[in-house]
Ligand binder design. Sequence first.
Ligand SMILES: *[C@@H]1O[C@H](CO)[C@@H](O)[C@H](O)[C@H]1NC(C)=O
Ligand SMILES: *[C@@H]1O[C@H](CO)[C@@H](O)[C@H](O)[C@H]1NC(C)=O
Ligand SMILES: *[C@@H]1O[C@H](CO)[C@@H](O)[C@H](O)[C@H]1NC(C)=O
Length: 307
Amino acid sequence: MEFEHFTLKSLLIIMAIIFLQNHLLVVCLDMKCNFPAIFNFGDSNSDTGGLSAAFGQAPPPNGQTFFHSPHGRFSDGRLLIDLIAERLGLPYLSAFLDSIGSNFSHGANFATAGSTIRPQNTTISQSGYSPFDLNVQLAQYSDFLKRSQIIRKGGFFQKLLPEEDYFWRALYTFDIGQNDLTAGYKLNLSTEQVKAYVPDVLGQFSNVIEQVYSRGGRSFWIHNTGPVGCLPYIMDRFLVTAAEIDKYGCSSPYNEVAEYFNLGLKETVVKLRNELPLAAITYVDLYSVKYSLISQAKKLGKFFFFM
Ligand SMILES: *[C@@H]1O[C@H](CO)[C@@H](O)[C@H](O)[C@H]1NC(C)=O
Ligand SMILES: *[C@@H]1O[C@H](CO)[C@@H](O)[C@H](O)[C@H]1NC(C)=O
Ligand SMILES: *[C@@H]1O[C@H](CO)[C@@H](O)[C@H](O)[C@H]1NC(C)=O
């Protein structure tokens, strides 16, 4: 898909794994957490097969490094969500949309590549953005929660679905937002115009967290958005003047928008912590992890040869 660049992502993942594994470990040691399931919401950063199930497999070279064939991910290796699952001792998440071979006993993945938080007014063939925006993912989760408990009452499929108490004991992970930012640029909006709709995007995000909480979700793990101005497809497709390129080769205006979004996301998380007293909400600064990988490309050059 044009909206993602799988190779860069795989590299960023390597860096982020190191950070995240340590971070998760700290969180788990502190809380003695024992999550029996993960429910994930997001875009290609954490899609383990959703968009592929709906629109055809992510083609090679996706999947070649680790799974040795296309495996639903827009990446040639594992995604962070795979490593989080490994670290928690859980199986890789099946995509909610995947009707073939899925096993949801320890969670489900509602993420699809190209997803945005806000519903888009364009189709996937016009813009490349997934129709499974975060509101749709919430509806799917809600349906999954209700119907899985009916089906668990008996029959062949009961063992493929989570136990009832897993829904409140689970880790709820979110990695979504970057496509909301690029969507505006694709419509030729200016940076000011994109910034102007960020509060609406964050409001809709916040609403989804509240909805999951109201259905019993308690542990939230929220990734902020990465430096979109460093993504090759942004540099390739969007207008970037020489003066706007920073010393690491990234486009400053796009990164500033990502930072603006992240600032708002952080404030949103603080607000949510007050509103939802029984929730543990972790804000994860992946922007810094990804940007340091890019800015230290010379030092970490070994990884960058794959780009
Ligand atoms: C589903 O996954 C769980 C956890 O990995 C495993 O124990 C179980 O055997 C799987 N069920 C089927 C039918 O494959
Ligand atoms: C889609 O159109 C509606 C109605 O004009 C508008 O309120 C909404 O903000 C638009 N969504 C996006 C993502 O532009
Ligand atoms: C955005 O601008 C480009 C270049 O002027 C044009 O080709 C494209 O149709 C415009 N897109 C929209 C959605 O207006």
